[in-house]
Design a protein around this ligand. Structure first.
Ligand code: IPE
Ligand code: IPE
Ligand code: MG
Length: 248
């Protein structure tokens, strides 16, 4: 794998999360069916995953399908699921070669059985890979994720295993789908909208946000490097003053 020399390694975010938006509009503008936008979007996924691994990002989270996306027309949902399955089947070799572990965030049980079995297979095969974790958010919603975690904690309190006075932010974090992974440093949204659309609501409390008009099918290596360069120019203060950061 080729190492990138132009980026300052200290300014590379550990965890990058991306809302891959704009496939449909990209296709519609070209008078093509929405699904052809999703297909072109898969090539962006390949390019971004490869680049992320190359430059040393350790966690990459891609929002591929939200809990709300189930409301789309059944043909689009079916097409997306089929694309997901073929993507997973075709990428296993590359993931193993590049030492990438696949992980899934969201309600996996809602996915069609054939997709779920390929997903489980790829997750198992890549479980020992340590170069980068690729999280696919599938049937994912931040509120749903938090509710599942809260229900789990409440159940333990009722069962007498936990004292509710002892509940902590850390305990909740440890029950989210991202348990054990750092919060995202940088969250990118393509497609021109300025909203989170139920993505990583808890985890992104101090994440740097980057919005671009570029539609997802046109977001490739150069666009990712540009977003990371902008991230590198930001000052993250976490509630402190700028002067405090310089003395620490
Ligand atoms: C993002 O592209 C992909 C998914 C949500 C699955 P969209 O399909 O939302 O594209 P636009 O926003 O309609 O252009
Ligand atoms: C967010 O995009 C979800 C994904 C990219 C998977 P949407 O297109 O579903 O978001 P809204 O509906 O414009 O907020
Ligand atoms: Mg959209």
């Amino acid at each position: 794998m080729q190492e990138s020399t132009s980026l300052d390694i200290r300014l590379i975010p550990t965890h990058v999360a991306i809302i891959m938006d704009g496939n449909g509009r990209w296709a519609e503008k070209r008078h093509k069916p929405r699904l052809s936008g999703h297909k072109a979007g898969v090539d962006s996924v390949r390019s971004v995953v490869e680049t992320a691994r190359e430059i040393g990002i350790r966690h990459l989270t891609l929002y591929a399908f939200s809990t709300e996306n189930w409301q789309r027309p059944p043909t689009e949902v079916k097409g997306l699921m089929k694309l997901l399955r073929t993507y997973l089947e075709s990428e296993l070799r590359t993931m193993l070669k590049n030492d990438i572990r696949l992980f899934c965030l969201g309600q996996q049980e809602r996915l069609p059985a054939d997709v779920l079995s390929v997903l489980n297979m790829v997750m198992e095969e890549t479980a020992q890979c340590g170069g980068m974790t690729l999280n696919l958010a599938l049937s994912y919603g931040g509120r749903n994720e938090m509710m599942r975690a809260v229900r789990d904690l409440a159940g333990r309190c009722v069962a007498g295993e936990l004292d509710y006075h002892a509940l902590s932010e850390e305990m909740l974090s440890n029950r989210l789908d991202t348990a054990g992974q750092p919060d995202p440093d940088l969250l990118i949204r393509t497609g021109g909208e300025h909203r989170l659309s139920n993505f990583l609501l808890w985890q992104s409390s101090y994440t740097e946000l980057y919005f671009t008009e570029t539609q997802w099918p046109e977001f490739r290596k150069d666009q990712l490097l540009e977003a990371i360069a902008v991230y590198g120019s930001r000052q993250r203060r976490f509630g402190k003053t700028g002067a405090q950061l310089h003395v620490e």
